[in-house]
Design a protein around this ligand. Structure first.
Ligand code: COA
Length: 181
């Protein structure tokens, strides 16, 4: 567990089931900004579905199999980061992110992702952090590139979202690469 200040007005810290009402309000507010690329943009429609989602991450965290963090700006939840998967035995995890449109363009996600990756390699001794994104999602691939990740390939039409099949780019950074950068 950790918390980090990303800017004078922005903080990264754990997002937990007790914050379900706040998360439901946040998703309702940013749904149009994220729904094209984030599957739970369709699924979280009220406090109960928000709680089910955060419960699933609390359960993952208890198994050391995933984690979720929020980004608060001036006390308002505006986005977040997550380890969608976290396989400690294999040393491999997948990092995901989202942010309200009004908060973009300031580098908050890149900074938050750096803290996530520092913790993964530095504190947890993991070996590889992956980033999966729709080939059309150039804002997301730009973050992966900014983080120094390598684009390893494309899983063609491998992900079904909102009724359309998506080509998924796989990006990754290895522990040695992160340390030497
Ligand atoms: C992906 C997403 C989180 C990226 O948000 P973002 O604000 O562009 O990302 P960052 O916080 O890293 O900011 C980068 C932007 O801030 C600018 N910036 C300003 N200061 C910066 C700094 N100190 N460091 C890095 N970038 C900085 C960059 O130039 C860049 O701007 P540009 O897009 O005009 O080139 C956002 O587009 C999003 O939520 N999309 C919908 C959900 C989604 O696709 N999630 C990913 C699924 S794979």
């Amino acid at each position: 567990m950790f918390a980090h200040r990303l800017a004078d007005d922005a903080e990264l810290r754990p997002l937990e089931p007790w914050q379900s009402a706040e998360f439901a309000e946040h998703v309702a507010r940013v749904r149009d900004d994220i729904v094209e690329y984030i599957p739970w943009g369709h699924l979280i429609v009220d406090e109960a579905t928000a709680r089910a989602y955060l419960d699933s991450y609390a359960e993952k965290q208890a198994r050391d199999a995933g984690r979720i963090y929020g980004i608060w700006m001036d006390g308002v939840l505006q986005g977040g980061t997550l380890f969608r998967t976290f396989d400690a035995a294999m040393g491999v995890c997948e990092l995901g992110v989202w942010l309200a449109a009004e908060a973009r363009g300031r580098g908050l996600i890149t900074t938050a992702a750096r803290h996530m990756i520092d913790w993964t390699f530095g504190t947890r001794g993991m070996h590889r952090v992956e980033w999966h994104c729709d080939r059309r999602n150039t804002s997301s691939s730009a973050v992966a590139r900014r983080l120094g990740m390598t684009r390893e390939g494309v899983l063609r039409e491998s992900y079904l979202l909102g009724g359309t099949r998506r080509d998924v780019e796989i990006w990754a950074v290895l522990a040695d690469e992160w340390r030497s950068a």
